[in-house]
Design a protein around this ligand. Structure first.
Ligand code: NAD
Ligand code: WQD
Length: 340
């Protein structure tokens, strides 16, 4: 069976993808510098799957660190999750984001070329569609103007990977544009573990529900949407992880490819719907108030997910209820995340 290197694989999406790849029979290697994670997530993946994982503490932007792995391991494909992802922090520290995110991509590509590893799947984001495109987003739309440095790093890295694929006949690239991943593995053993105050909606909701934070502020209720709050395409992280398994099957079956796929459900839900569903499914209260809009937020963001179904044979299976239940199950079992 093929061996897949997960760069940034100790993080939220990487750890769930590790489980699904192992379940599908792949061997997995993880490289992470724990900038936003801990090795505990991989210990938990080992417990869930009963398989030992080759785990390297490594900075993916550092050529010497990558050499150590590529010279020792046989790698068939790389999934590149490694990056910093906090939108607000990227506005405060743009150079940190450009340096880390772009260097990880360049170093990976250079090391792959040296060791003749020719398949890379990249964690991109719906944010690259920018403000001008109309929902639902289609892969054929042009990338737009991003509203923050984090988004620009994704857009630039897509360009770098596309140019590298055009120049190298052997290199295959798949760009996966994720929408809003939430939820956790059904065991509750792995999940999203934000450090400090969560930036994203669902971890904030679960931390209010568990009593770690007082009250959720819903950012704006005067948007031109069904109930005035923003709508997003929330996707269960296990569905998203299974999308990576399909993408690996696809890239390994092609002589050469350079493809983009949206990974979303195609169905938008509002912030209010998330809060109400979370309360109903879990029987808990989420204190919330309505506040000002958050700068940079779009009113609506959701995918046209047809291409992933047609080409990869992938579609989401889990419901919003599943997402809310599994997020809460993880939070309840791990009130302080992986820190015990
Ligand atoms: P995460 O922060 O949990 O995982 C990213 C991992 O990369 C972390 O374990 C971090 O320690 C590691 N990392 C960062 N810089 C590194 C470096 N230089 N060397 C080695 N490891 C490094 O985030 P996630 O939610 O799992 O996201 C995974 C990828 O998907 C990221 O690239 C993110 O930008 C992208 N993405 C995430 C979302 C989302 O909402 N979660 C949406 C779209 C795209
Ligand atoms: C979702 C909705 C908020 C927090 C971000 C990145 C994107 C991608 C996914 C990743 C919005 C509202 C949130 C809160 C709220 N990134 N909200 N109160 O902004 O859609 O996307 O994560 O790597 O690039 O921009 O996700 O979870 O922050 O917000 O009302 O305390 O919840 O306004 O409508 P977003 P989010």
């Amino acid at each position: 069976m093929s061996t897949i290197l997960l760069a940034g694989g100790a993080g939220y999406i990487g750890s769930h993808t590790a489980v699904e790849l192992i379940n599908a029979g792949y061997d997995v290697i993880v490289a992470d510098n724990y900038a936003n994670s801990s090795p505990e997530s991989i210990s938990r993946v080992e417990k869930i799957t009963g398989k030992k994982i080759a785990l390297y503490e490594a900075d993916v932007s550092n050529a010497a660190d990558m050499e150590k792995i590529f010279s020792k391991e046989h790698i068939d494909a790389v999934i590149h999750f490694a990056g910093l992802k906090a939108v607000g922090e990227s506005v405060q520290k743009p150079l940190l984001y450009y340096r880390n995110n772009i260097d990880t991509t360049l170093t990976l590509l250079e090391t792959m070329a040296k060791y003749n590893v020719n398949n890379i799947i990249f964690s991109s984001s719906a944010t690259v569609y920018g403000e001008a495109n109309k929902v639902p987003y289609l892969e054929t739309m042009p990338r737009g103007e991003c509203t923050n440095p984090y988004g620009w790093t994704k857009s630039m890295m897509e360009q770098i990977l596309t140019d590298a694929a055009a120049a190298d006949e052997a290199l295959s690239v798949v760009l996966l544009r994720y929408f809003n991943p939430i939820g956790a593995h059904e065991s509750g053993m792995i999940g999203e573990d934000p450090q400090g105050i969560p930036n994203n909606l669902m971890p904030y909701v679960t931390q209010v529900a568990v009593g770690k934070r007082e009250c959720l502020t819903i950012f704006g209720n005067d948007y031109p949407t069904k109930d005035g709050t923003c709508t997003r395409d929330y996707i269960h992280v296990v569905d998203l992880a299974k999308g990576h398994v399909k993408a690996i099957g696809y890239i390994l079956s092609q002589d050469k490819c350079c493809d983009i796929f949206n990974l979303g459900t195609g169905t938008p839900y509002s912030v209010t719907e998330i809060v109400e569903t979370f309360e109903r499914v879990n029987g808990v209260k989420v204190n919330h108030i309505y506040g000002d809009r958050r700068s940079g937020d779009l009113a609506e963001c959701y995918a046209n997910a047809d291409k992933a179904l047609e080409v990869l044979g992938w579609k989401t299976e889990k419901t919003l209820e599943d997402m809310c239940r599994d997020s809460w199950n993880w939070q309840k079992q791990n009130p302080n995340g992986y820190r015990g």
